[in-house]
Design a protein. Structure first.
Length: 468
């Protein structure tokens, strides 16, 4: 046997031994992963921000639409540096006091209103000549019973000063602190707590489910974590955190277009329809969004198509007066579609940049909701396209919120989600769930009752806040 052959055999044996050792390590890692030999999660290498640390780096991004549901990319974008103005403490009446809002049979009647019954909700007569009128200002079209009133800047209320300067999101630090507890600390604690056997993985699954990630997302996250831990040399708390961050980021679909289609196009205003169950924060969100748009130099008109509750229109008008946005409202109990139509017609005639229409979500059957919202959208579209349909979901309602989302998604084509009250829940996981279920991005988050407590949703900042 010559020397070369011997060397070849020796090298081959060494390579084979190394391969066997490597495979054995991977298999062993899959079975048992211990993080004890690294830095413990009890002693994190980075300083934990107990405040929650939700700090989106950028501002709001607006784009041109051209009709809700169109896949065209935005033609123009602009960023608004977030204002730092500290708003006056403003609290609005909570309409639900005895349970979570819902759609269908579980939707409860608000204590302050029962003005409009289901008999008023009928399918629209799309051939109504008034609604087909191309320009309400020249023809005097007045659809149905709208009896609208455009109340504008003439109101005596002083305008809010909304300064488009940095700092808004810094002020929102700490609002997600409770979410961290469950998702971030919970999962990181389990991952770093010692040997990961099947019981540990079940606990991790339970933690993710209880944070409202939903079963499908939870299964994917757990699978990705198991694979990541088995195939990489993750040992320290920092490495575990980095792996969890990567896995959660991937689940948040960071590449989705989260710009708000609020810029005018082809000489007509952008139209945003804001929908959702009563009490989720629709009117508040419309008001907060109007402030951001006005701060960006846009002329904004608000449409109070929530005619179910008189206080809702008052509330919206107050927001409008504070920021200098015109409000078109109807009389109590008026046909919401007519009010929406009048608002959009007024916006077109006045040459505003964006019309934001607030709607009622207080309907007791899915059919009623479908009739009303479908009608509102169709009637607006007789005037111009609806660029954005924002579904407002209350993050504190958890799975009930998901059920609402599905019902609304069946009724109108949702283009974005606003998740409110994230400041008051340990269930931030609904962000993951809702995006996967609806296939539309969470675009905005509400992090408090204050006028400036609305933030653009940024996956990276959100995950960082969850992980602490
Ligand atoms: N903590 C917190 N509260 C919020 C947030 N957004 C709205 N709210 C509060 O939620 C309550 C309901 O808000 P509204 O804007 O009236 O809700 P709505 O969906 O318009 O309700 P209806 O007009 O009854 O259909 C109010 O007390 C708001 O201040 C948020 O992001 N965080």
């Amino acid at each position: 046997m010559n020397t070369e052959l011997i060397i070849g055999i020796v090298v081959g044996v060494i390579v084979a031994i190394l391969a066997v050792v490597l495979i054995a390590r991977v298999v062993a890692n899959r079975r048992r992963i211990s993080l004890r030999d690294g830095t413990s999660t009890d002693q994190p290498t980075r300083e934990v921000d107990r405040s929650g640390g939700y700090q989106a780096g950028g501002g709001f991004t607006f784009s041109q639409g051209g009709g809700a549901g169109l896949a065209d990319p935005p033609a123009e974008t602009t960023s608004v540096p977030p204002p730092t103005v500290t708003p006056p403490a403003t609290t609005y009446e909570r309409t639900e006091t005895d349970g979570q809002p819902g759609v269908g049979d579980d939707a409860s009647v608000p204590r302050d209103s029962a003005q409009r019954g289901m008999k008023d909700i009928s399918l629209p007569d799309l051939d109504t000549p008034d609604l087909d009128t191309p320009d309400v200002d020249t023809t005097g079209a007045e659809p149905e019973t709208a009896d609208t009133d455009a109340s504008a800047l003439a109101t005596p209320a002083p305008l809010d000063v909304i300064e488009p300067v940095d700092g808004r999101l810094l002020r929102l630090r700490g609002r997600l602190a409770r979410s961290q507890g469950t998702l971030g600390k919970g999962v990181l604690g389990l991952l770093g707590g010692g040997d990961l056997d099947e019981d540990s993985w079940e606990e991790i699954e339970d933690t993710l489910i209880s944070a409202d990630l939903g079963s499908a997302t939870t299964a994917r996250v757990v699978d990705a974590l198991r694979t990541g831990l088995a195939t990489s040399s993750v040992r320290t708390a920092a490495e575990v955190r980095a792996l969890l961050r990567t896995v959660l980021m991937a689940e948040l679909m960071p590449d989705l277009d989260r710009s708000i289609r609020a810029l005018p196009h082809a000489g007509v205003p952008a139209v945003l329809l804001v929908v959702g169950v009563n009490g989720t924060g629709k009117t508040t969100t419309v008001g907060k969004l109007a402030r951001v748009l006005v701060a960006d130099g846009r002329r904004v008109l608000l449409g109070a198509a929530d005619t179910f509750r008189a206080a809702a229109a008052d509330q919206l008008q107050t927001w409008g007066e504070r920021v200098g946005a015109q409000t078109v409202r109807g009389r109590e109990g008026a046909d919401p579609a007519s009010v929406a139509f009048d608002a959009v017609a007024t916006g077109v005639a006045d040459g505003v940049d964006v019309v934001v229409v607030d709607t009622a979500g207080r309907l007791h059957t899915k059919t009623g909701l479908m009739d009303e919202l479908g009608k509102v959208k169709r009637v607006i579209e007789k005037k111009t396209a609806v660029d954005e349909v924002l579904l407002v979901l209350d993050a504190t309602t958890g799975q009930n919120g998901m059920m609402q989302a599905k019902v609304f998604a069946e009724v109108v084509s949702i283009t974005g989600v606003v998740l409110t009250k994230l400041d008051g829940t340990a269930k931030g996981g609904i962000v993951f769930h809702v995006q996967h279920e609806l296939g539309v991005p969470v675009k905005l988050v509400g992090l408090g009752e204050g006028a400036d407590d609305l933030a653009p949703f940024e996956p990276g900042a959100f995950v960082d806040a969850l992980l602490g």
